[in-house]
Ligand binder design. Sequence first.
Ligand code: BGC
Length: 397
Amino acid sequence: MKMKRLAKTLLGATLAVSMLAGCTSGTTPAADSGTTDTATTTTTTTTDTGSTDTGSTDTGSTDTSTPDPNVGEGKKVGVSMPTKDLQRWNQDGANMEKELKAAGYDVDLQYAANDVQQQLSQIENMIAGGCDVLVIAAIEGSSLGEALDMAKENEIPVIAYDRLLMNSDAVSYYATFDNYKVGTVQGTYVKEQLDLDNAAGPFNIEFTAGDPGDNNAGYFFNGAYDVLKEYIESGKLVVVSGQKTFEEVATPTWATDKAQSRAENIIGSFYANTDIDVWLCSNDSTALGVENALANNYTGKYPIITGQDCDIENTKNMIAGKQSMSVFKDTRTLASQVVKMTGQILSGTTVDVNDTSTYNNGVITVPSFLCEPVFADANNYKEILIDSGYYTEDQLK
Ligand code: BGC
């Protein structure tokens, strides 16, 4: 196999914090989530793939290095996506491919059908095929060690896309949305809708979280739970099923059918004659499962339901009153950011990051760029989804 000889300096690129339009650093309030508020910290640091240190602090400067416009010529980027089953990854993959091609790169885009072995071999083939940078959205953050070791041996920089790659020092950068904040947006919505500080209650609530193999899932759940915890402890919110730890409410592979069958069991066992006030779902694919279960099995008052992603089916459900809110994460913003970081890495210029303390993968703290999630509901979807060109009106009919 052709050994890459990308100059060490590419991986040792100087990092700088930049606050770009539409993207901010982590503003994660709770201490017990393991996250840190870095909103006002500007950090300049030098790192390489083996570094465990996020560097020194240098408040005040902003750097938005622009890569050489021809940086893509003759370079190849491997883009590994988890699955075509969920709408968002199709959009992410398509946006990445479009933007990379527009910047002159060759692109090897692969989807792994939620099969970890398949993702491993796809990445190994990308490396064997001579890609210069790898962009990976993992199915399971901890299962790609062999491929990451191979990337490191070949000196190929790796960007973790949306989901952190765990337990490896071969991860150069991470680009995502502020995952903890997604959860706080959901939790705060519930708190405000029920007016938890003033209303007498009690209100009944259930939780449905994401895939335990996805590092993001815990951040979403903790973000929401941390807002609601005090009301659960005081008895104003009652989890009638008693299932309130992440492990109990998780949904393997974020699958709609698994979320649906768990919800059907809960409805059958606990809500035959009792109203559900809230079903806090971490994302749209799981919310859809809960909405299906409610349509099939439940006759009580329709609950508040949260989501994330503004998938088409869920946006239609918001318009129809079957889902209360979602959290919009513009995949175009994330793709643009990753393409920019790819160019910065390859041209050896400063790589934009805005968080160097939150995302420890068990081995290193990975310099990260966090984009900003946006609250969405039936009142603002036109502005954020249609006026911005994300969807056409016809797609939502
Ligand atoms: C993403 C979410 C998505 C979920 C399921 C997470 O890693 O951040 O946007 O809903 O995976 O695909």
